[in-house]
Design a protein around this ligand. Structure first.
Ligand SMILES: [Fe+2]
Length: 473
């Protein structure tokens, strides 16, 4: 059935600002509070799960909806809003069929025979590399789209060299132009593979990394010389499905390990470091300092995914917080610590020229309560050198998502750029795109663009600068 036809949905992801939208826009934003910086040029992209059909209201899982991109295209001090489904073959097939075709393990065999085993849902993150823009999801092949109109191009496998499904979080080294990507397997080994794609967009190296159990490995990190692999105990166990439970659960008895692999080296040379039991959906950055590889990430003590009972109020075990691991490559020693004891945060982004080297600043979505379900009520700017932070709270009744750093053209300093994100104002019943000068963060937005349509909460953001559009002609 169509979600839009459900009269009184009970699934939280079909209500409020989680509810998907079905209309697509491509129009100039005419209402702006403040001034859009005229030198801001390029596309702010935010992707998320935007389901169209469901079999049962309560059966929908937040990660499984069709990808939809919300784009704000900046040029000459004006903003154009474009939102569009990622038009994968599977999305288009369901539109034509008029209902759900794929429903996990319950997909009808005749549908599998007609349409294939699964749908590319391309809903998690976007990346721009070597002249191409991809929508990514960790169970689907990269799907290329064209900007600014988000026209579909198709799945991309690097001339057949990418023979596994990569994660949604590759990392680009701005100094070499290389993109490091990896993927994880859930049915059979190898449970992790890592690849290097050079600046021309050729996949030049793939290696397997031995992981003892199939796990959800949502992110990685890179430093100048290394790739950091997160072997953290969110385990896939398909036997649980027969018991009516989720296939994924946190197993604290399994070790939590960070692996450091030289870029381009073979997987068996990885150096593992056991760390305190934890989960980390997203790293912030990594860098090398003396003998140490340093990783900052949004880390929680555990992850209740798959648990029947979620942590109650006051239980912060699921709360991601800014954290640091220091791994000594010579001695094997690990030093780890919480950086921000007070606040929870997620989706921390940096000036991406600093991926792999020490960045002073990150910009993170501030978590309102004790876990992610309470939403994001502001942005925290962390100064990782002085270990201080400043906050921009969105204000009462306003929640947002992942901020992105858009570099200022010709900028030379790390803070030369803008922090951009979507905010939903429930009282005013409107969505805004806010733009904050990163160097003048406390001042709040220089522009709040009133969006011509509701922008639901979603997953990750990206910024594709004007150079992409110049290259495309
Ligand atoms: Fe993610």
């Amino acid at each position: 059935m169509r979600i839009a036809d459900i009269e009184n949905p009970t699934n939280m992801y079909f209500t409020g600002n989680w509810a998907p939208v079905q209309e697509e826009h491509n129009e100039l934003c005419t209402e702006v509070i403040g001034t859009i910086p005229p030198e801001l040029a390029g596309s702010f992209l935010r992707i998320g799960a935007n389901p169209v059909f469901v079999n049962e209201d309560q059966e929908y899982h937040a990660f499984s909806g069709d990808g939809m991109v919300h784009e704000v295209y900046f040029k000459d001090g004006q903003a154009t809003y474009v939102n569009r489904f990622v038009e994968t073959d599977g999305h288009l097939a369901e539109q034509e069929h008029g209902d759900l075709i794929w429903d996990g393990f319950k997909t009808a065999p005749e549908m599998v025979a007609k349409y294939g085993p699964s749908k590319n849902i391309a809903n998690t993150a976007m990346v721009y590399h070597a002249g191409k823009v991809f929508a990514l999801q960790e169970g689907s092949m990269p799907f290329e789209v064209k900007l600014p109109n988000l026209d579909p191009v198709g799945e991309y496998n690097y001339d057949g060299k990418l023979d596994y499904v990569p994660s949604a979080h590759p990392k680009i080294d701005a100094r070499t132009g290389e993109m490091v990507t990896y993927g994880y397997g859930v049915m059979a080994p190898p449970f992790c593979q890592v690849s290097v794609i050079n600046k021309e967009g050729e996949l030049v190296h793939t290696t397997e990394v031995d992981i003892p159990a199939p796990i959800m490995m949502h992110d990685c990190a890179i430093s100048e010389n290394y790739t950091i692999i997160l072997d953290l105990p969110c385990v896939f166990d398909f036997n649980r499905v027969a018991e009516g439970k989720g296939m994924l659960y946190f197993e604290p008895n399994n070790a939590s390990r960070l692996g450091v692999l030289k870029r381009g080296a073979e997987g068996e040379t990885i150096k593992w470091f056991e760390v305190d039991s934890c989960y980390c959906y997203h790293t912030v950055n990594a860098y090398e300092e003396g003998d140490e590889v340093v990783i900052d990430g949004c880390r929680s003590e555990r992850n209740s995914i798959g648990d029947d009972v979620k942590p109650g109020p006051g239980d912060r075990s699921d709360l991601p917080q800014m954290y640091q691991w220091r791994l000594n490559m010579k001695t094997g020693e690990v030093v780890e610590r919480l950086i921000d004891e007070e606040w929870g945060c997620e989706f921390a982004r940096i000036n991406e020229d600093y991926i792999g080297i020490r960045a002073q600043y990150s910009y993170a979505a501030r978590i309102k309560g004790d876990n992610l379900e309470s939403g994001f009520d502001g942005i925290i700017k962390y100064d990782h050198v002085n270990e201080t932070s400043t906050h921009y709270p969105y204000g009462p009744g306003r929640l947002g998502g992942e901020p992105i750093f858009a570099p200022k053209p010709g900028g030379t300093k790390e803070e030369d750029g803008w922090v951009i994100g979507f905010v939903r104002d429930e009282e005013l019943q409107r969505s805004e795109c806010i733009i904050i000068d990163a160097a003048d963060f406390e001042a709040g937005p220089v522009a709040r663009i009133v969006m011509p349509g509701r922008v639901p909460f979603g997953f990750h953001s990206a910024f594709v600068g004007a150079e992409f559009f110049e290259q495309q002609g």
